[in-house]
Design a protein around this ligand. Structure first.
Ligand code: EPU
Length: 314
């Protein structure tokens, strides 16, 4: 679906050079694949973001927020409508209350999750260890309930600020949001659609020993470096871990798939739950390799692997 001339001119007027038309998403995803977004927009002011969402929703123009593109596979034919990026307008990370043992920190959706992790370590705050080394933005990590076996965003989120498609914003307390394994939803959905946007969150951390926290951060980063193919383009872990039994990586490894290749997509020899782009992969290559992995693991172990990577586009 191409944007009509009125929509293009509205975007140009509102955002000037902060809108790119027919922008290849391969430039904005860690997989380095993906066709063009009709419009790739990076608003600088929150008011512009609100206007974008309000008008797009009311005119039926599809829109979606994209974080750093770390866990995202965009199909080769591209994405309809607006891809909205928050890194230029919602960047703040700050302490809001440090009067007691619990310390409240706010972090906006466009800031990186690693910034919050560093901020916590520098201020001697406990609670973010599970997230050390996970790439991506605060917004993306809330919406995906990012985490590891050591914890997930649900453990530290106290409030979530939501922008609704009608332009209203609301701070929802923890009780009004729901987290699952790599899942997030809100109880209140005014529009009945999925058009709401996470603007940021309030996080509940604890005072801790700064030295211990720093040491743990270093150990976690080293472990990650030793066990994951961080130098190659990928979407992180491709599949969710099954709810019990061996991890997805172990199952794929035991199915003998390390090094398996379709086109430019390869099952990493370092960690089998990573599909890496060896340089020339298309989204279609990656999806075909996904199918091969699912089939092999299902046949061999009777386990249906579910994707963790978010797949979008036409
Ligand atoms: N394993 C293998 N072969 C492999 C990979 C792993 O046998 O090729 C085995 C390991 O030896 C280990 C087990 O599988 O016994 C689990 O592996 P690992 O410790 O690497 O953890 P994981 O469950 O594969 C999870 C998260 C990662 C996160 C790491 C580190 C999921 C799906 N993955 O991986 O998250 O970085 O723990 O804490 O939850 C991501 O979400 O994108 C991601 C990479």
């Amino acid at each position: 679906m191409a944007l009509n001339p009125q929509t293009r001119s509205w975007l140009r007027t509102l955002l000037d050079d902060r809108v790119l038309f027919d922008e290849p998403m391969s430039r904005h995803t860690w997989f380095r694949v993906g066709g063009p977004a009709d419009a790739y927009v990076v608003p600088e002011r929150t008011a512009d973001l609100v206007e974008l969402v309000r008008r797009a929703a009311s005119e039926g123009i599809p829109y979606r927020i994209v974080g750093d593109g770390t866990n995202l596979l965009v199909r080769d034919a591209g994405v309809d409508g607006l891809v909205i990026v928050l890194r230029a307008c919602l960047r703040e990370v700050a302490v809001t209350d440090r009067s007691g043992e619990t310390v409240w920190v706010t972090a906006m959706a466009g800031a990186r999750l690693q910034r919050l992790c560093r901020f916590a370590a520098e201020h001697g705050l406990e609670g973010m260890h599970f997230a050390v080394g996970i790439p991506g933005t605060i917004g993306g990590s809330v919406v995906m309930n990012a985490g590891t076996s050591a914890g997930c965003m649900a453990d530290v989120v106290d409030t979530v600020t939501i922008l609704f498609p009608d332009g209203a914003t609301k701070v929802l307390p923890r009780e009004q949001v729901r987290f699952g394994y790599r899942k997030f939803s809100i109880q209140e959905d005014r529009s009945g659609s999925e058009g709401w946007v996470v603007l940021g969150g309030g996080f509940r951390l604890r005072r801790g020993d700064p030295d211990r926290i720093q040491k743990r951060v270093i150990a976690l980063l080293e472990r990650r470096k030793a066990t994951q193919p961080l130098q190659e383009p990928s979407g992180g872990c491709f599949f969710k871990n099954p709810s019990s039994g061996p991890s997805a990586g172990e199952l794929i490894d035991r199915a003998g798939l390390k090094g398996s290749r379709i086109g430019g997509a390869v099952v990493s020899a370092v960690h089998a739950n990573f599909i890496v782009n060896s340089g020339s992969a298309t989204a279609a290559d990656i999806l075909r390799l996904r199918d091969r992995i699912r089939e092999a693991v299902s046949k061999r172990f009777g386990v249906d692997l579910e994707e963790e990577v978010k797949i979008i586009g036409r």
